[in-house]
Design a binder for this molecule. Sequence first.
Ligand SMILES: [Ca+2]
Ligand SMILES: [Ca+2]
Ligand SMILES: [Ca+2]
Ligand SMILES: [Ca+2]
Length: 217
Amino acid sequence: MYTATGEIFDPATGSVTPMAPMPITLARFGTATDGRYIYVTGGTNNDFWRTPKDTVLRYDTVENTWASLPDRQLAQAKVAAAAVFVPGMGLFSPNGGFINLDEPGGMFGPPFEAMDENAFLTIEDLTDSDGDNIPDSEDNCRMTVNPRQLDTDQDGYGNACDCDLNNDNTVDVSDFTQLRGYWGQSEPVADFNGDGLIDHSDFMIFRTHWGNTAPFE
Ligand SMILES: [Ca+2]
Ligand SMILES: [Ca+2]
Ligand SMILES: [Ca+2]
Ligand SMILES: [Ca+2]
């Protein structure tokens, strides 16, 4: 039975304290660190104790929080894989093993086989500047927390940072006039916080983006 627990050892005091639980139970994973974050790649968990995971998790040693990076998963699930952080480049996860469920099992279960997959996750795929669990490379508001990624006009900028209502790449008085026209209504394109209503909260978001030019983030 695997657990989601971990412990923090402080060499200065010799104390051991519990760390925040992992997003999923996991064991037999690879780890690497870039100095602040600890990355966890692959591993197995309790879905079926031999089932390898293709996950990549990230622990923030400053905030004591975990992030599950669903869009940054390994190409192939693997267990007991190494993980190496290469500064300026990304996370390298060479080889590892997998359980071959297609082969007949012996008394210890299905055969465990080595794989030759070399997974590499770039810095962009690992970096999440606003901490909303969407990697910068895919985040439609790179510097604004918007885990829902709502983008009503589908211009590639999420509602949370896209106050350019007339799509002329500048947030100015024309956009304000348009926003005012939607006041108290449910016009989705001007609903920056996605709560179904154009009101003061949306105006406050608009105000912080006043004068912004594309790209919006
Ligand atoms: Ca974001
Ligand atoms: Ca948009
Ligand atoms: Ca505009
Ligand atoms: Ca709103």
